[in-house]
Design a protein around this ligand. Structure first.
Ligand code: NAD
Length: 221
């Protein structure tokens, strides 16, 4: 059996680790998740260098992302650049590198890991929402452009997930308040996000493309 080659960015993070574990345990996939020293998403040179060696992926999961929750007056230039580069420009460039092979194969699956703050927003999410709304725009446009080549492009929008990112950005007191607002009364486990992604990239998903799939325990409802 020809294994499908999968690229997962941010594979050392809370959600990324779960995605890598879930897919590595599936004999249909050969999973690559480069460390930042090999693929630094803030560096155009690093992206070009990485893909000059390896651009043959059937499936791309743009998972890496950062969030600097700051009031508008406190946003620093460095955070603007990092957020744009890591959350938006790098996913776009990675897709650009991988699409020629996918078109040739007439098969491809792309999942952009966005956020509920890519469809709604809240205070101190200006940068994060700007990049995640834009990433969902990338998904919508590419669904149209790449659909004729059997390349399916979706965004997944997790709500609150039990990860260090959430621990860093949401105080324990806020967490308790938010959990009361979530119909399922708890945050997601990273494995639950990985499971949704596993469906989106699988051949079981033959018709869902251009979507922003919200996995939030019903929070936004
Ligand atoms: P995390 O902070 O645990 O992991 C982030 C990953 O991105 C790490 O592997 C890190 O090394 C990588 N990364 C950061 N900067 C990089 C760079 N310059 N080059 C290469 N890699 C870089 O975050 P997470 O919670 O696992 O989040 C994963 C994705 O899910 C992100 O896109 C995030 O926005 C999204 N998300 C997370 C939550 C949540 O509650 N944790 C909710 C909604 C969406």
């Amino acid at each position: 059996m020809n294994k499908k080659r999968v690229l997962v960015t941010g594979g050392t993070g809370g959600i990324g680790q779960s995605i890598v574990e879930r897919l590595s345990g599936d004999p249909r996939y050969e999973v690559s998740s480069p460390a930042r020293v090999d693929l630094d998403l803030e560096s155009r040179e690093s992206i070009d260098a990485y893909f000059s060696e390896a651009s043959v992926y059937d499936i791309v999961i743009n998972n890496a992302g950062i969030n600097f929750p700051e009031c508008i007056e406190d946003i620093v230039d460095k955070h603007i650049q990092s957020s744009l580069n890591i959350n938006l420009v790098a996913p776009l460039l990675i897709i650009q590198k991988c699409v020629p092979h996918m078109k040739q194969q007439r098969f491809g699956r792309i999942v952009n890991v966005s956020s509920i703050w890519g469809v709604r927003s809240k205070e101190k999410r200006t940068l994060y929402s700007a990049t995640k709304f834009a990433l969902n725009g990338v998904t919508k446009s590419l669904c149209r452009e790449l659909g004729p080549f059997n390349i399916l492009v979706n965004s997944i929008c997790p709500g609150y997930v039990n990860t260090s990112l959430t621990q860093r950005n949401v105080t324990p007191e806020e967490q308790e308040i938010i959990k009361k607002e979530i119909p399922l009364k708890r945050f997601a486990e990273p494995s639950e996000i990985a499971e949704s992604i596993a469906f989106l990239i699988s051949e079981n998903n033959s018709y869902m493309t251009g979507q922003t799939l919200i996995v939030d325990g019903g929070f936004l409802a």
